[in-house]
Design a protein around this ligand. Structure first.
Ligand SMILES: [Ca+2]
Ligand SMILES: [Ca+2]
Length: 378
């Protein structure tokens, strides 16, 4: 049997918090309509009461003091960084580490019912992924409906990266998901900090890179301005959403407890110098959940562009919904060095606030290797 395999390794964006910023209202709604498909980018394997399915976790071998459950608790190991806003308590050090061998190991999640799986994200603490080579390399994605007989879904080679995002060629219904790890990148241990499982994954998660992020693409906090003050505007591009939820893998450590920008009025504009002409295909807006519900997020948005930083031209305008996280694909790709985002708050009385904005460029670093390999049938 031939298994198509794909790898989508993203060096560009990490955003597990992204998925769940609007999740609690969604949870209530979904409880009422249990048969409704889950929205995109909701991690169905997360431990604890936010989960709509009950889960059990197991692995081939485990090094103490880690546990298989540590790979599903919503935390990155050691740094105690939340990968998922809905995360509950960190389980031990927040990771699973295999025992004696780094070859032919597996990690499994059992759901209490049949779920649809369309993709997953697998995280390793960046230091252990890059320097220690602990991340998995060649894997097979397997499913089961009786917990005994497993069928192979795809064979994949993961990148040596802190995060790999994999979208299955075909979403599959299963009771158990098992990742079989043939090997790793040479480290003494095989480590998984987090395995997030999705029914659906969106394109922005998979293929785009934020070219406006402070600390990336040669940009620093002086490359971002605003209509009111220039000291805090970079906070809308620092890769964090209040309260200190990291949404981008390449975000620099925070040096301020405030990670949003608010001009103190109902309207305002932000401007970025991208240092070179960039092609932006989508723009993502993030607002802290409560602020979004209050109508503090942007509603009417105009995008202006310039190549000299002086003469700006309107590129497009659109209206946003009062939600915590939304990505707007641009009908026409924006190509410019300077981008200005002019915004008006949603609410009539509330002042504007933006937690983070991402200017998304199709990621040229994305590895999408397609190959076929025989797994010798089921
Ligand atoms: Ca974890
Ligand atoms: Ca921010």
């Amino acid at each position: 049997m031939f298994i198509r395999s794909r790898i989508i390794a993203m060096v560009g964006i990490l955003s597990s918090a992204f998925i769940s910023l609007g999740a609690s209202s969604e949870s209530r709604e979904l409880k009422a309509r249990a048969s409704t498909p889950l929205p995109a980018n909701v991690n169905i394997a997360l431990t604890g009461p936010h989960n709509r399915v009950t889960t059990r976790y197991s692995a081939s071998q485990t090094s103490t003091p880690t546990t298989p459950e540590g790979a599903f608790d919503g935390y990155e190991s050691y740094r105690n960084t939340k990968l998922d806003e809905n995360a509950n308590t960190q389980v031990l050090n927040g990771a699973w580490i295999s025992g004696r061998s780094t070859h032919d190991q597996w990690l499994k999640v059992d759901f209490d019912r049949q779920v649809k799986v369309g993709g997953f994200k697998i995280f390793v603490n960046p230091a252990y992924a890059n320097f220690s080579g602990r991340g998995a390399r060649d894997i097979v994605v397997q499913g089961s409906n009786d917990g005994v007989n497993f069928f192979n879904l795809e064979r994949i080679t993961l990148a040596k990266s802190a995060v790999n995002k994999v979208k299955l060629s075909k979403p599959t219904y299963l009771h158990s998901l098992r990742l079989w790890f043939f090997n790793n990148y040479g480290g003494r241990y095989l480590q998984v900090d987090e395995l997030e499982v999705y029914e659906r994954m969106t394109f922005a998660e998979l293929e785009h890179d934020n070219v406006a992020l402070v600390g990336s693409h040669g940009l620093n906090e002086f490359d971002h301005w605003s209509s009111t003050d220039s000291n805090s505007s970079y906070r809308a591009f620092d890769g964090y959403v209040h309260p200190n939820i990291q949404i981008n893998e390449h975000a620099q450590p925070l040096n301020s407890p405030v990670t949003y920008w608010a001009p103190g009025s109902r309207e305002g504009s932000l401007q970025v110098d991208l240092h070179q002409s960039r092609k932006v295909t989508a723009i993502r807006f993030l607002v802290e959940q409560m602020a979004a519900a209050l109508g503090r997020g942007p509603r009417d948005v105009t995008i202006e562009i310039s190549n000299d930083g002086e003469d700006f031209f309107e590129h497009t305008s659109f209206r946003l919904d009062p939600v915590a996280d939304q990505t707007v694909p641009l009908e026409r790709t924006l190509k410019a060095r300077f981008v200005r985002i002019v915004m008006h708050a949603t609410g009539r009385t509330e002042v504007l606030r933006v937690d983070d904005i991402e200017l998304l460029q199709r990621n040229t670093n994305t590895t999408m290797a397609t190959s076929s390999s025989s797994l010798g049938g089921h």
